[in-house]
Ligand binder design. Structure first.
Ligand code: TXA
Ligand code: MG
Length: 313
């Protein structure tokens, strides 16, 4: 842990576990440190980073919350922080490279005990996108980070498998309403308790490039089906990512997101199982739809992006 803090203090990057996915962290207030994140990930400079705050005091220092939004932002932060909710707000002093020149900044507070220990000792905000190469599947275990970034970063802190397994929900608070920019572990239903919720998930012309349709892509082609029994399996080695049902057809490889149909468990398994199927030398991965409620919306969002499919009505 102290090694991680030392690297951060010296303006280096380190991979750290969070409750969602592993992040590649650097000192958010140090432009040249933040640049190293873009280099290691091969991330285009126009894609802004999320800043992880050590505590609520930093919210005032980094963001500029308008009078009209203050109450709602405070309620969301009180209720969901530390945890998997990222809030996009007008920014104050943050290096341009971190926000990709935008007038807004995305902030969250991680609940992971290891992350908290590191950020408390570091004592400042940490910019951390998911610790994968740009456009690839987010890492939910230290070994995944190693696969993605071995040789490009000096340290990976192993905190075991992440508990949610899917990236944080991103919201913007505008005109008294909550706009969902990326679905995640905090569901529409939960956010609805605090005000009107609008879906602002970018598909055609994304506000942030991380929301491009082809994000989260395995190298193997992936297709989604709402009816696996009727799915016509093409020639070749085909693997299946099942939700709850098993043994419907003969596939070269199968993974089951949750044998009991539990969406939280499914989310926690999603990226690891996609990685495993991607490494199995398949010609095609067929993924079964999951129910679009709670965290299921986030799972379907990631599967659609992996399949680079447009939302079908
Ligand atoms: O759970 C998470 O959020 C993880 C962990 C490591 O914290 N981080 C993560 O970061 O998923 P990243 O960079 O992979 O995804 C952040 C997304 C990107 O799509 C980026 O474009 C968007 O947030 N983003 C960042 N700043 C933004 C802003 N000011 N306005 C709109 N979108 C923004
Ligand atoms: Mg990412």
């Amino acid at each position: 842990m102290s090694a991680a803090v030392e690297f951060l203090c010296r303006g280096n990057v380190v991979a750290l576990p969070t409750e969602t996915v592993y992040g590649l962290g650097a000192d958010a207030m140090n432009a040249s440190a933040a640049l190293k994140i873009f280099e290691a990930k091969e991330r285009p400079k126009f894609d802004p980073l999320i800043i992880h705050l050590p505590d609520r005091d930093w919210l005032e220092r980094i963001t500029h919350v308008g009078r009209a939004e203050r109450k709602l932002v405070a309620q969301l932060a009180d209720h969901f922080w530390p945890g998997p909710l990222t809030i996009v707000l007008p920014r104050r002093a943050v290096p341009d490279v971190v926000t990709a020149g935008l007038e807004t900044v995305a902030v969250r507070m991680s609940a992971h005990p290891t992350f908290r220990e590191v950020i408390d000792a570091f004592g400042g905000p940490i910019a951390a996108p998911s610790a994968n190469r740009f456009g690839r599947i987010s890492p939910t275990e230290a070994a995944h980070v190693f696969e993605e970034l071995n040789g490009r970063i000096p340290l990976i802190v192993d905190g075991g498998a992440t508990s949610f397994g899917i990236e944080s929900t991103i919201v913007a608070v505008r005109d008294g309403a909550i706009e969902i920019l990326r679905p995640g572990p905090i569901s529409v239903e939960e956010l609805g308790e605090f005000g009107a919720v609008r879906n602002a998930i970018a598909r055609e012309r994304p506000e942030a490039p991380g929301q491009l349709p082809s994000h989260y892509a395995p190298r193997t082609p992936l297709r989604l089906t709402s009816n696996l029994e009727r799915f016509e399996v093409p020639e070749g080695r085909v693997g299946a990512l099942l939700f709850g049902t098993t043994g419907i057809q003969d596939f070269a490889e199968t993974r089951t997101l949750s044998s009991t149909g539990d969406l939280r468990e499914a989310a926690a398994n999603l990226f690891r199982q996609l990685r495993e199927l991607d490494a199995a030398g398949l010609d095609l991965i067929v993924a079964e739809h999951v129910p679009e409620r709670g965290i299921g919306c986030a799972i379907m969002d990631r599967l659609r992006r992996a399949a680079a499919l447009r939302e079908q009505a």
